[in-house]
Design a protein around this ligand. Sequence first.
Ligand SMILES: [Zn+2]
Length: 438
Amino acid sequence: MTAVPSSPEIVEAVRRQRAYLLDTLGRFVDVASLSGQEQAAADFMEARLGDLGLKSERIHLDTDALSGLPLYSPRCCPDGGRYNLLAVHEPRHETGRSVLFNGHLDVVPTGPEALWARPPFQSHVDGDWLFGRGAGDMKAGIVCTLAALKTLQSLGLQPAGRVGFNAVLEEECTGNGALASVSALRRSINAGKLAAFDVVLIPEPGGERLIAAQMGVLWLEIRITGRPAHAAVMTQGASAIDAAIAVIADLKLLEAEWNAPAARHPVYRDHAHPINFNIGQIHGGEWNSSVPCMCTIGVRIGFYPDRSVDSAATEVEKRVRAAIARLDSDLSLTIRGEGFRAPGCEFDLDGDGIQALDRANASVHGTRIKRHAITATTDARHFKLMLDTPVTCFGPEARNIHGIDESVSIESILRVTTTFAQFLVDWCGVEPLEPRGP
Ligand SMILES: [Zn+2]
């Protein structure tokens, strides 16, 4: 019988991984990996998995091949030979249950670099916080999963169940990276080449809470064409920018309707502002003295988990068309879907795997994990809706994700790693570490 480490031993062993955690996370953040440009981060991840004795399979993104699937989102970036990684620890004697850790490699744009205290892709530590774009969302969480396995290895142990590490592309704009991974998993499972994972954990930066629900998210590009004229005779023209302002005002009214208490999905009853229509981009006009002919707005629409993408899209499009129809008849409109077409989801947190995570957290930290419904989307939807696997997100506390001076709490990283290490021991069991070649 392999001796099972006690919770205090696990806490101590994770503390000894502090330098590994900070060094690995710092270097990972320094590898810029905007959506569509994740290759360097994939290389980094493949090497770190290799350090732990894990060989990665590359799952290439072929967006066209995904286009028939219900969770497909229209492409934002060219495929360009990019790939996800999947590495699976295989125990010598499989006696325990399995888990798949999933995380996204991509990070969102930095905004004006001049606003950052230090350049966004030069990580640095200040007090308890490690700074840099992607530090919180979500490179820290990924590093926690690696460090949990490394902690067991440092004790001469390895999980006695399969542990998968899946690093994916494009979580921040389409989710097609996770969709490609899940499709490949489903094919392997159907072909009997791989057993299904018992639970999937995604260490998104949720402040050490489990997500119970996530919003649906839809991206739309609204392109308005008007009639140009000299500004001196402005009323002879039809301004695409004035029309866009009217469209935005109407969208904000619809947002308020969906946020109204009576319209709310029950899990979002106590949120301050669950539905968010974000006007993320606006481009238009050519010249201060010409009535603008073109204006394009890029919007992100949130919607409740009990409605379909199509029904949300139809209602939004109807509102936009009605706004334009009230204005000049020379205005024309095209609405294109590009990026997210992500349905919302609720997650069952009472199954064995997630309960085991909760108990592991109680063993090492003495507290049960809080739950929350988030107003964003995550890749958890793919595992729930395509594989019907129990899934949730649980990751460290971060600040200013998608903002300026993003950072993640180092103490929180250590706590999450400790919970994951205890979870691996409890859920997968342990066996002596397999000796590795030179
Ligand atoms: Zn994220």
